[in-house]
Design a protein around this ligand. Sequence first.
Ligand code: UGA
Length: 444
Amino acid sequence: MKKTVAVIGLGYLGATTAVALSLVGHRVIGIDPDEKKVASLRAGRVPFYEPGLDEALGEALATKELEFVTAHDESSHEVDVFLLCVGTPQSRTGLGADLQYLEASIDGLAPYLRAEAVVVGKSTVPVGTAAYLKQRLSSLVDFAPNFAWNPEFLREGTALKDTLTPDRLVIGTSDSYSEQVLRELYQPLTENGVPLVSVDIPTSELVKVAANSFLATKISFINAMAEIAENVGADAVALAEAIGYDERIGNKFLRTGIGFGGGCLPKDIRAFQARANELGLTESVSFLAQVEDINLRRRTRVVDIAVEELGDLAGRRVTVLGAAFKPETDDIRDSPAMAVAELLWAAGAEITMHDPKAGDNVRRMYPQLAVEDRIADAVAGADLVVVATEWRDYGLADSAELGKLVANKLVIDGRNTLPYRQWQQNGWKVIALGRNLDSALVGV
Ligand code: UGA
């Protein structure tokens, strides 16, 4: 059944959700106070890089069922479902989540809320946040508001696909009316076979942080194995393949390298620990501190290898290929690639970076680092090349040609993405995190 939906907050989550819901037949009003963002979306331009989203936005705008505004207006009185999609960044004062944007969203929508409408949170939040926000909203209206939670599992780089055909939908409700409205909202997806799990609100809040904690743990697990493998001459990539065949383990999210970053996993595991602490349950998730420690050690490991190979890094020229926290995005928030570049810079190296999409973000946020738009220009004169994001371009790069440009044919593959035999044949010394490239069997 067609709904009128207000999507509040037009970042990754909100912009993708707005486009996806209008494509499946709902009327959508996207709301964000950022005038530039709204103007860009109205003009059919997504204000960040996300494959396929520009085209989908154009398609959605053409239906005339999608509009973008900077503030609520009269049409918010017609809204059936308010979706809260604002950010919950790490607070400035601690590990916990900063809820100010959610609070502002609640305060902003309250004057427009009809008793029949449902307010639904999608942002990632500490468990208990929905109850707090519902209470805040209740104090601003003179009826009992319908309140629900509906965590989102989209990944950057595949955001639209993840929203239209997610592995599952999770809805957290405390009344059957809200549950029904959400089932109707998602009917276009569920009738195509997407499973919907209906739970209570605290479970729905927990599902999201539990999923991200599990994913982070999986990555740190294989990276812990990489630390051991490096020490004993074993190969963590082969190990991941071997354990991954066990269906109970699975082969996804076992890619070893410089670890996880981005706007979600790191902050979510920190916020989870902070919340557990508040609940007096510190020990329940204390392992997440180790998950983070392992993750950070992989970054410093790159610097240690660089020093082992080159000695003092002062004045040495290091090229870091990749800045985004993963391929197919221009997002450099908490990016392992940027952390490695900064650590090498702090050790005295002169850094030149390259990224197919994130170069301008690096220029804006890291003026101390040089950025080149072509791989060849970035590696020219390098004493060391570090691959820090697994963009396809790097795997496809011509190692023979690049070898002619560098001062020293040394590459550290921080993402296990290079066809290393070909690089070796072209005279490069290749060091790959967690790998034993001397093993005759590796890569066969
Ligand atoms: C993550 C989750 O995967 C989504 O399900 C979730 O909705 C989202 O956070 C969120 O909370 O909004 P995302 O941050 O886009 O999505 O990125 P991931 O694909 O999870 O990758 C996170 C990091 O882990 C990247 O830096 C990636 O390079 C790294 N990674 C991933 C590894 O180091 N090894 C792997 O095997 C997989």
